[in-house]
Design a protein around this ligand. Structure first.
Ligand SMILES: [Zn+2]
Length: 384
């Protein structure tokens, strides 16, 4: 899986000028048009297209350009046809090429992000920034750039090496590293600066171009930008990535110290018209858990413990799936309050544990199959 990010990371503007085959059918939403090649409508759960459309809209809103850009063209191609055709560079499972997204599975947040950026007219972006933004918008997935979980930093390349000489797409680099660096730039200099840098640096970046662009756009030299980055917290991909659809909407549950155990049932099967997937056989959904501010409270600052249990109703068995518990609206530089378990596919059954939660909104992201019951209850810790 270590090389997976490199395969997911694909050319932003891969020169492929062949005429694309006519799609078998198409689906149009508000922000995307999905062209199916070899797929039937029943090959995907009913909520997937809508979720893709909504995510495109949320990425636009994240950019502050909610009502701009035309629909993102997405070619959704069966793996067989995908491997036989010249859709993308060899080895890539998706790409943006000639202005359209090509991919073999949905949802695919990484390529969707490239498509949205293109639709917003960010010129020919420099790969580090483009891949960084795509990395920020690519999750959550069962097989994300950092694996399912991993509350550790995953910077497998030195950003200076990446900035110094990337010939794209010949030299791959880690989207996770790029995403972490872009997260730093956004927190320190603001999103608008990223957009200016994208245009200023262009596709074929080198050290001199970065230096000039950092000075003119950010007002800091290359060395100053990199020195600031050296101080930036080494958070994991799950911490710096954006949480858009996961955190969108009303709270589903509220957790208080006096609460009774509270359960919610979710139907994560394709027969549910709202189901999204498949992600390697799993469907995904998110609940919002609100932990209200208790007011003056000796525990308020450090939070209280709540147990979250996920299992199949009736069977008593813990669920075979994945639960990500992530605090909404906390950037990388915030305290690392975001958890995701388990830390590897071998532990996928372990879904009953306590989390220390300070006031805030938490996204409980589930990857599972079938009927699922999620229960939240306070954990009473002996404080003596
Ligand atoms: Zn990419």
């Amino acid at each position: 899986m270590g090389r997976l990010p490199l395969i997911l990371c694909a050319a932003v503007l891969f020169g492929c000028h062949d005429e694309l085959p006519a799609p078998d059918w198409s689906w149009q939403g508000e922000h995307v048009i999905i062209h199916a090649h070899g797929y039937e409508k029943t090959d995907i759960c009913g909520g997937t297209f809508t979720a893709t459309d909504e995510q495109a809209g949320l990425i636009r809103r994240w950019h502050g350009r909610e009502d701009e850009g035309g629909p993102v063209e997405i070619h959704w191609v069966t793996p067989t046809r995908f491997s036989e055709g010249d859709w993308c560079p060899e080895g890539a499972s998706g790409c943006l090429s000639d202005g359209s997204v090509r991919l073999s599975h949905l949802p695919f947040g990484h390529e969707l992000s490239h498509g949205v950026d293109y639709s917003l007219g960010y010129g020919v972006p420099t790969p580090v920034l483009a891949e960084g933004l795509a990395s920020i918008h690519s999750g959550p997935t069962l097989l994300g750039p950092s694996g399912p979980g991993a509350p550790r930093p995953l910077l497998d390349q030195d950003i200076q090496d990446v900035l110094d000489g990337v010939s794209y797409p010949d030299d791959w680099f880690s989207p996770s590293t790029a995403g972490h660096f872009v997260s730093y730039l956004i927190e320190r200099y603001g999103l608008e600066m990223i957009h200016k840098l994208q245009i200023e640096v262009g596709r074929d970046a080198n050290r001199a171009k970065w230096d000039a662009a950092f000075s003119s756009v950010l007002g800091d030299s290359f060395d100053v930008v990199l020195a600031g980055y050296a101080e930036y917290p080494l958070c994991s991909w799950n911490q710096f990535r954006s949480k858009l659809w996961e955190c969108e909407g009303e709270s589903d549950l509220s957790a208080t110290p006096a609460m009774d155990p509270t359960s919610i049932s979710i139907d994560l099967s394709c027969s549910n018209n709202d189901a999204v997937g498949s992600h390697h056989g799993k469907k995904r959904a998110a609940l919002r858990l609100h932990v209200p501010d208790p007011g003056p409270d000796e525990w308020g600052e450090h939070g209280r413990f709540y147990r979250i249990d996920v299992r199949r109703p009736g069977s008593g068995s813990l669920l075979f799936g994945l639960l990500l518990v992530e605090e909404c609206g906390v950037p990388c530089s915030g305290a690392p309050k975001i958890w995701s378990f388990p830390d590897g596919p071998e532990n996928l059954g372990w879904q009953n544990m306590s989390y220390r939660m300070s006031p805030g909104i938490y996204a409980l992201v589930l990857f599972a199959e079938g009927e699922v019951t999620l229960t939240v209850e306070p954990t009473h810790v002996d404080r003596r």
